[in-house]
Design a protein around this ligand. Structure first.
Ligand SMILES: NC(=O)c1ccc[n+]([C@@H]2O[C@H](COP(=O)([O-])OP(=O)(O)OC[C@H]3O[C@@H](n4cnc5c(N)ncnc54)[C@H](O)[C@@H]3O)[C@@H](O)[C@H]2O)c1
Ligand SMILES: O=C(O)C1=N[C@H](C(=O)O)CCC1
Length: 251
């Protein structure tokens, strides 16, 4: 990688893509070499751009193909798009095994407050009988529950499992629809409300006490320090990294 990191952005016309392009242009050590969106030929655009790092903020249905296209073009990849199922991650790890030195960093949330909230929730989870997650987003979001909430609930479930905790107590006999989605045994509730950007609350309960961990992204600029950190770090992390916490010295 040269001194200045050449960056191409996929989904450049979207809410996040627009903000990422502006952040890259404002960073002295980065150069924006391509803005690519749905009507472009992604493979041709990336071949022409010769980017060091490709950043993907597109849609869950397009992101997997985009990442493989970016790898074929010779770049490292930073991904913020949601929709990365275990099967998609497995296929990506297989592809990366054949590309030594190449890195992909996927983060469900680049907001520092969100990463810290997830990390704290996972640390606290083993001390509480009950755990539920509420995520709140703008109503233009196409997927639910959010990638962040899935990641949070999975981390809570893993911590509870490691501590030998069973399921959270729940006497519900009817109206299961009102109890939210089940992510690895943790209930996740999704709110969609005009005026919101991205917010999450983790509720942890014991007899006579509650811990609430809440984070709020009021503006998409909140994701930019995390995105730029990932762009700067991904070239030094061969293979697949899932979660920004791994480049924040939190693990
Ligand atoms: N990781 C994070 O911190 C974070 C933060 C915000 C949003 N997100 C996620 O990022 C994704 C994008 O969110 P958004 O609010 O910017 O959405 P958006 O709908 O505003 O933007 C998506 C853009 O991708 C473009 N696009 C669609 N298919 C494409 C393709 N094949 N190639 C190139 N571009 C394509 C669309 O035309 C659009 O401009 C979502 O999955 C969202 O959940 C993640
Ligand atoms: O606006 C969105 O869409 C967001 N998506 C991510 C998610 O699903 O967790 C991160 C927060 C914003």
């Amino acid at each position: 990688m040269t001194d200045v990191i050449k960056v191409a952005v996929l989904g450049a016309a979207g809410r996040m893509g627009t903000t990422v392009c502006a952040a890259v242009e404002a960073a002295p050590d980065l150069a924006l070499v391509a803005r690519v969106d749905a009507t472009d030929d992604v493979a041709a655009a990336l071949r022409d751009a010769s980017a060091d790092v490709v950043v993907d903020f597109t849609v869950p249905s397009a992101t997997e193909a985009n990442v493989h296209t970016a790898l074929a073009a010779g770049a490292h990849v930073v991904v913020g798009t949601t929709g990365w199922t275990p099967e998609r991650l497995e296929r990506l790890e297989e592809a990366l095994a054949a590309l030594p030195g190449r890195g992909v960093l996927i983060a469900p949330n680049f907001g520092l407050s969100a990463v810290l909230a997830m990390t704290l929730a996972a640390k606290a989870a083993r001390f509480f009988e009950s755990a539920e997650v509420i995520e709140l987003h703008h109503p233009d979001k196409v997927d639910a529950p959010s990638g962040t909430a899935r990641h949070t609930a999975a981390a809570i479930a893993a911590a509870r499992g490691a501590a030998g905790l069973g399921p959270s107590p729940d006497a519900t006999e009817s109206g299961f629809d009102a109890r939210g989605a089940d992510v690895d045994g943790v209930r996740v509730h999704a709110v969609r409300l005009r005026g919101l950007v991205a917010h999450e609350e983790v509720l942890l309960g014991n007899p006579g006490e509650q811990l609430v961990i809440r984070q709020d992204s009021f503006d998409r600029t909140s994701f930019m320090p995390g995105v730029l950190l990932a762009v700067r770090k991904v070239g030094g992390r061969p293979g697949l990294t899932v979660g920004l916490e791994h480049v924040m010295d939190l693990d």
